[in-house]
Design a protein around this ligand. Structure first.
Ligand SMILES: *Cc1c(COP(=O)(O)O)cnc(C)c1O
Length: 468
């Protein structure tokens, strides 16, 4: 019998996070303020605690994981590395398919990895209340869970359309003591401005971020900060524990480096988590194809330019150098709510500019097909976001079969889909369409940011073209 699960002993859990900023061949560009000048850490102080800002701007290669954070992560980490033997057999592929199972966390996704760290750093800084936004509800539930452990109040602005469609995520937040309101809300100036124009606005992540940042910086007591579940450098950092564990587990299974590493990409955090330790190997000469997979309806890396743009619609955040569809972009209501974001992590964006990544887009029909094949072979029901990674994995496995090539494919199983069954219902009822963002919509959205400063596309040229 072949083993299909490759656990890592708790004693071998990584004790440091890995910071890709230390190894990128061209240094990261700084975020800019409204005046076009690089922002200073001090300017972020009303939004984030200083210990997190230090991580955000750090270029240290390894950063120690505080003991108290490790102790909490050990409740579900190290997560299993599994081999998808049943899917391999069903596909008849010579490729070996490995996946890192992040669905075993309390909230059911990779997000608690950073939620716990962020809540801990906020508590160290004496913060009493954290505000945030959530799309499909995974981040809001992860942060509510983490705040509960540290006695911090958690306020979540949840994108209206998900608030109405996904009552169970909202209930999870409430169980953990989080306070969840629909966004746009009447609680902030940003929310009220949107509602005035469009009282039935379905909301968007960009709008919810504006509300959450405003709610943090306008607290007169000064005891509130904001937390973001993806995109920012410190979030990518916290997620690298996924890939660092996977490296140890693969090595124990006799695999030095996989041939392909795959992760779905919304803001980029689970993708960064699984892939950055392998990007480091690639920078140092390893032959690894590294594939972020995004929805064809929200194609940030595959079709949007590398620009300076805001992270939110009200322009509360600095201008970040990233691939962006435009901060006012409201993505179509596909079911992978966690992938509906207009921007992309600056670290992931810079790695893409450098040509270290081969971004790919998948439409939601192909993704649900892949998810169903997965469920009927491997047994578990993946999150709609995760199904993007599965669709790309199946495509790679089929390609390996055509080429008669034995290769190792590693992907991040970012979360389970047990709270997202309505999407499956619609797919099975034939109510979903394969939506590709029309070129015209993209052009219109980008026109609105045409006057932003342009970041230089700096690359060494060592790794070929940017877009696959
Ligand atoms: C939030 C989420 C994503 C997308 O966010 P990233 O920051 O791109 O990882 C993917 N999968 C699941 C299960 C999620 O909850």
């Amino acid at each position: 019998m072949q083993p299909i699960s490759f656990p890592l002993s708790p004693a071998d859990i990584p004790r440091q996070w890995y910071n890709l900023a230390a190894d990128l061949p061209t240094p990261m560009l700084p975020p800019l303020g409204g005046d076009g000048q690089p922002i200073t850490p001090q300017m972020l102080a009303p939004v984030f605690p200083m210990n997190i800002i230090e991580q955000e701007v750090s270029t240290e290669r390894y950063i120690d994981i505080p003991e108290e954070i490790l102790e909490i992560l050990l409740r579900w980490r190290p997560t299993p590395l599994r081999r998808a033997r049943a899917l391999e057999l069903a596909l008849g592929t010579p490729a070996r398919i490995w996946y890192k199972d992040e669905s075993v966390s309390p909230a059911g996704s990779h997000k608690p990895n950073t939620a716990v760290a962020q809540a801990w750093y906020n508590r160290q800084a004496g913060i009493k209340r954290i505000t945030t936004e959530t799309g499909a509800g995974q981040w809001g539930s992860a942060l509510s869970f983490a705040c509960a452990l540290f006695g911090i109040e958690c306020k979540v602005f949840m994108v209206r359309i998900s608030f109405d469609q996904k009552p169970f995520r909202k209930l999870m937040m409430q169980v953990w003591g989080g306070n969840c309101v629909a966004s746009p809300s009447t609680e902030t100036a940003a929310g009220r401005a949107i509602l005035e124009k469009d009282p039935t606005s379905p909301g968007s992540l960009g709008i919810a971020i504006s509300e959450a940042v405003e709610a943090a910086v306008t607290d007169p007591t000064g005891g509130t900060r904001y937390a973001l579940g993806s995109v920012l450098n410190h979030v990518m950092l916290h997620q690298t524990i996924i890939g660092l564990e996977a490296q140890k587990q693969l090595q124990a299974a006799g695999v030095k480096n996989p041939g392909v590493v795959i992760g779905c990409a919304g803001g980029g955090s689970n993708f960064a988590g699984i892939s950055f330790p392998f990007v480091r190997e690639k920078i140092h000469g390893a032959q690894i194809r590294i594939i972020p997979v995004e929805p064809a309806s929200c194609p940030t890396l595959t079709r949007a330019p590398f620009v300076y743009d805001h992270g939110d619609i009200a322009k509360m955040t600095p201008l970040m150098p990233m691939h962006s569809l435009g901060h006012a972009f409201v993505p179509p209501a596909i079911h992978a709510g966690g992938l509906r974001y207009h921007g992309m992590s600056p670290l992931v964006s810079q790695a893409a500019v450098e040509g270290l990544l081969e971004p790919q887009a998948q439409d939601q029909i192909a993704c649900y097909e892949a998810a169903i094949q997965w469920a009927r072979t491997e047994g578990t029901i993946p999150a709609p976001e995760t199904s993007h990674a599965i669709a790309a994995t199946i495509a790679e496995a089929k390609r390996a079969k055509e080429e008669g090539k034995q290769t190792d494919i590693l992907f991040c199983y970012s979360g389970h889909g047990l709270m997202d069954l309505v999407g499956y219902q619609k797919y099975m009822a034939g109510e979903l369409a394969a939506y590709h963002l029309p070129e015209e919509d993209l052009r219109r959205s980008l026109a609105a940011i045409a006057n932003h400063p342009k970041p230089a596309e700096r690359k060494t040229g060592r790794w070929g073209k940017t877009k696959a």
